[in-house]
Design a protein around this ligand. Structure first.
Ligand code: PHE
Length: 359
């Protein structure tokens, strides 16, 4: 009939007290309270009793069931606490241990220069545009008013790709100017973009690399004139080099895609073999510029009687070398850590640009 409840209680409570892990505790729970456990079975057998005896036994069984269940819960908490105490004791952190030195990276001078150039033009309301490194002859030359057989093509020392099915040869873009065309095809004026990126020419010495970087600029609007070109580029040069009264000179030049064209020089001095940027009796060429040739506007479906604008292009390595006194271009791409430690920038250095242009 009914098991001896006092006996059951004594057995289970002592088993629970002795349990040394959650698995053992669960086995006790199943044995006592599980579907086929002793208490559950006894409850099922209550039906065999009658009247008062059944009620009494039912109450006693319920009480026992609750007592065992809460003893199991309490033991569970005790085990969890003990496990945590053991972990805390074994995983102590020794705060007196000296820290392991962390390898610290550097920002490449070219990345830094690009950040600075972008920040200066962003202040003037420019956004950044992009184009592909592999260009069609049309975008790199023809649309920029450099027709086939034009001598400018030879000057570019172009890398050509093998001809495609139609016999057309793509090129590695020789300048960022094709992004002018792509931008004018895509968006309606007014336009105010810069387009930094990789460019390629077959040329290799201390100041030329077959892959290098340029930053293009393009401004198109109804009232844009050469005064805007000059003001924009003077402000840029002074902000970039951090010299408020930097002399800037516009020297007449020729590019097929601008008319008139001007090369931009900044003042410098070369006393005692060292180059110093600022007022002096010498000049350094730093970028090409001009008013967008009406033929180029027409090639892009923009009416030159309604719109005009200016464009410019500069070599990023060149301005980085001038600003940071880096004498040779080749180590830019050598990934030599000694060079990076010398010429690179700490990640959290604020960029040394002088914002608040026109101030
Ligand atoms: N694309 C020219 C170069 O590579 C630079 C330039 C850009 C000149 C835009 C005028 C206007 O030399």
């Amino acid at each position: 009939m009914l098991p001896d409840l006092d006996q059951l209680k004594a057995t289970y409570l002592s088993q629970i007290a002795e349990a040394d892990g959650l698995d053992g505790l669960d086995a006790i729970r199943v044995d006592a309270l599980g579907k086929k456990g002793n208490i559950s079975t006894a409850m099922k057998n209550l039906g065999q009793l009658d009247g008062d005896a059944r009620r009494e036994a039912g109450q006693a069984l319920n009480a026992l069931k609750n007592e065992i269940a809460s003893a199991i819960e309490a033991k569970k908490e005790e085990l969890a606490r003990a496990a945590l105490d053991a972990r805390l004791a074994s995983e102590q952190v020794d705060v007196t241990l000296s820290p392991r030195p962390e390898a610290e990276g550097r920002i490449h001078p070219l990345s830094r220069t690009l950040e600075e150039v972008t920040a200066i033009f962003a202040e003037m309301g420019f956004t950044v545009a992009e184009g592909p490194d592999i260009e069609s002859d049309f975008y790199n030359f023809t649309a920029l008013n450099i027709p086939p057989e034009h001598p400018a093509r030879q000057e570019h020392d172009t890398f050509y790709l093998p001809p495609d099915a139609e016999g057309k040869r793509k090129v590695l873009r020789t300048h960022t100017s094709p992004v002018q065309i792509r931008t004018m095809e895509k968006i309606e004026p007014p336009i105010r973009i810069i387009a930094p990126g990789r460019t390629y020419r077959s040329d290799h010495d201390a100041t030329h690399s077959p892959m290098f970087h340029q930053c293009e600029g393009l401004v198109i609007g109804k009232d844009i004139h050469m005064g805007h070109l000059k003001g924009c580029l003077i402000d840029f040069c002074r902000a970039f080099f951090g010299v408020d009264d930097l002399p800037v000179r516009f020297r007449p030049s020729y590019f097929p895609f601008t008319e008139p064209s001007a090369e931009v020089d900044i003042g410098c001095s070369r006393e005692g073999g060292g180059l110093k940027i600022g007022a002096g009796d010498d000049w350094l060429e730093i970028l090409g510029s001009g008013m967008v040739n009406p033929k180029v506007l027409e090639n892009c479906g923009i009416d030159p009687n309604e719109y005009q604008g200016f464009a410019f292009g500069m070599g990023l390595e060149r301005i980085a070398m001038l600003k940071y006194g880096i004498p040779d271009l080749r180590p830019f791409y050598d990934s030599d850590l000694r060079w990076m430690r010398h010429y690179g920038f700490m990640p959290f250095d604020p960029p040394s640009i002088h914002l608040g242009l026109g101030a």
